[in-house]
Design a protein around this ligand. Sequence first.
Ligand SMILES: Cc1cc2nc3c(=O)[nH]c(=O)nc-3n(C[C@H](O)[C@H](O)[C@H](O)COP(=O)(O)OP(=O)(O)OC[C@H]3O[C@@H](n4cnc5c(N)ncnc54)[C@H](O)[C@@H]3O)c2cc1C
Length: 550
Amino acid sequence: MDFSGLKGKFRGEIQDSEDILKTYSRDTSLFEVIPEVVAFPKDAEDIKTLIQFVTKQKQEYPNEQISLTARAAGTDMSGGPLTESIVVDVMRHLNHIREVGDGYATAEPGVYYRDFEKATLEKGQIMPSYPASKDICAIGGMIANNAGGEKSLVYGKTQNYVPSLTVVLSDGNEYVLKPLTKSELETKISADHFEGRIYGELFKLIAEHHDRIQMARPKVSKNSSGYNLWDVWDREKEIFDITKLFVGSQGTLGIITEATLGLVKVKPAQQLLVIFVRDLQTLPQLISTVLKHHPENFELYDDKTLGFVFHLLPSFVGRVGAKNVLELAWEFLPEVKMMLTGGLPKLILLAEFTGESEGEVMAQALATQKDLGAFHDKTRIPKDEMEARKYWTIRHEAFNILRSHTSKKKTVPVVDDIVVVPQKLPEFLPKLYGILDEYKEYMTYALGGHIGEGNFHVYSILDLGDKKARNIIPEVADRVYDLVLQYGGSITGEHNDGIIRTPYLERQFGKEMVQLFEETKRIFDPLNIFNPGKKVDGSIEYAVAHIRTS
Ligand SMILES: Cc1cc2nc3c(=O)[nH]c(=O)nc-3n(C[C@H](O)[C@H](O)[C@H](O)COP(=O)(O)OP(=O)(O)OC[C@H]3O[C@@H](n4cnc5c(N)ncnc54)[C@H](O)[C@@H]3O)c2cc1C
């Protein structure tokens, strides 16, 4: 491709060295897609220049596959920031925190969440939808994926914390998106320009298909699949909010240049209650009992995770704050005792209560423990901070640690982010384990995630150099997604569709909803400038052809 048309106009860098292309050919998904170039815009003006350039190329050479794919920190597990055309890296220059106020902060998309949080914590606040990857991901990716995490149980996902977005759309202009009243919407629609057309066509689409769209909303606690058309138009309050659609749209509708984000006050005290589950049949009652006591986090890992931890114990010593392996091994006495008296529990659940004082949170943990005792006797309040840290380190770090200890075999996301309502878990989980166990010759796995929301991350370990191992990937996805949908779930609660799940959207939502997604994409991006193949027009063949081999 000839990029000379950008000379003298684009002020950032355009790079295509082998090293750069290799780095940007991967995220943390299964895939490798080599881009043509990587552009590092200096600011929104540079992004506009890129859009004008791509538009012109598309008009002059309609057969050329040129497009723009935004990339923040590249920790996406679905292939969202991968492209064969132009990557637009927002990390190098668009990385400023503009303001931290009371209950909100404004930042550019290339700000690492860890830096953003440092700034918000100075005012005792956080954005509570941060993902488990909070130390390595950035604001732009969190918004574009509608990320969620351990606090989403109480606070919800990123879409609840985006009062306004500044974006560059496909006409090459920058716009501010925020909730509009009906009369504000009418004013926008009546204006004879690109923005007015978008608002008009989108409103018409959503109003005409209102019932179908509402019926398609996944009936689970969280979802990042498809375009979130169901939250844009609130008929009762008469509020039209395009940010709800833009959040979670994986850079397919435009490029975010700045965001104002909602913050909440951090609660100073917390207390963990650990629950050991041997019998999966007890889960629905157990979960509803715990939820009645309003924990802020309610997480899980399974016996397979614990097996990996025992295997890699020395790597946990420093992280847990133990002096040596012996001291850490001593911390596992409760698990060892259980092993000797009936076997390891199938699941370990972590319920954390937060509040204003230690007395308050301990009272909540004890009351929950008492309620659970009526039908479930294996619970534990950690005796000290180190023991609590042990449980959280396993939940947060086990797979990062495992990843750094696997050489030929890799921990890769295959069916990494499924959601099913907790009431269905006694039936669903044995069937899920049953399917995954059929592939144990090629795939080792373990489960972790957010039990309070029925959101499970399946951590899979495969040798991607082995063709037979690669071949099981679409088969496992097919069978697990069918199972999830049979139980009315979502194929992705947080990690989004990307290359890996876009081909399954028709199964998740049906043909007519997929047509509405295609129409939504056309309204915003008629020339298909932004991140093609994600959310619409994905294929299993493309996905399989781009599974990496190392
Ligand atoms: C160990 C690990 C744990 C994880 N845990 C979680 C979790 O708990 N919850 C969760 O939600 N996710 C999780 N993830 C996935 C991922 O880290 C998050 O979704 C994260 O928010 C992505 O941010 P990023 O900055 O890395 O985005 P990227 O990977 O760079 O991009 C993600 C998507 O956003 C788009 N995008 C980026 N910047 C822009 C922009 N400026 N404008 C428009 N589109 C843009 C990209 O095109 C891409 O489609 C995890 C990943 C790892 C590796």
